[in-house]
Design a protein around this ligand. Sequence first.
Ligand code: SF4
Length: 351
Amino acid sequence: MSEQYIIPIFVPHLGCPNDCTFCNQKSISGQTKQVTPKDVKDIIENYLKGFKEKNLQTEIAFFGGSFTGIDMETQESLLEVAYEYVKEKKVDSIRVSTRPDYIDKERLKLLKKYGVKTIELGVQSSNDYILKKCKRGHTFEDVKKASKLIRKYKFVLGHQMMVGLPESTRIDEMNTAKDLAKLKPKIIRIYPVLVIKGTKLEKEYLNGEYEALTVQQAVERCKDVYYYFTSKNITVIRMGLQNTESISDPAKKESEVVAGPYHEAFGQLVEDSIWYDTILNKIKQFNIKVKEIQIKVNPENVNNVIGHKKENINKLMETYDVKTKVKQDNNIKPGKFEIEIIKTYTDFFNE
Ligand code: SF4
């Protein structure tokens, strides 16, 4: 995932007349107050002060709500402030996230004028029945039209999709990934559905109509679509919602999460699981039964190999009876690893 500084500015429900059954933007962003141009300036200044690394790309990101659904005057007043920082070269780019039915030529021209580089569309599913069930208020046809127009105006196109929506199956999610890939987004975010307080989904969950995914199920489903997107050279930039005070462990008093696959390091879990699959595949390619291996890996990937709470190396031991040693090696490129057999089963029995 890309190394850059993000200055997040949440515009909860500003511009969004909708109430998707799973959404409570105020909880998700941890913010109830609407954002003013002065807030935008203060947030940017605060973040810039905290950034230590001078060479990293910096992006202002208007998240939440539906940015292009805000009245044009307010959009312009917020963008004006952000654009000043781009002009002064203190920030490299601006991104906004929005709904597909709030994209048209007029709105795109305004975003262009203020140097917006990336537009992320909340898609969630390509299945109209599921979109209707979640009360998204738009169809997949809207996503197709908006994506085409965004690319025509030469913005970077991003999509956000969800796993675990009501009545959505693993197959529906793979179909969504396939349908999205055809629209040629550059980046993707994948969010597993959490049941948030005060939403219609909470009621459906409490009356037994909706069954939330477990963390393990959500990891598997994210992995399916992750593999598909990366096979099409589409970059997955995030998996799992950002942790905030309210999006936190449901056991905490301040948490707004009622149920669902919450994990403080959800994206990490998926990445670790992908590392596990890759390592296991390599082991299976050895034409010999192995008892002990050594994996050399760049220091930045040591935790991926070991897994959260040693899950990967424990699983290799418990499921395949393979003992794993992990060695840091700066000569190995990040994302790569080398695997070596220390002991085969024959060695083991001969000892
Ligand atoms: S469109 Fe987005 S912000 Fe609006 S209710 Fe749905 S998920 Fe929330």
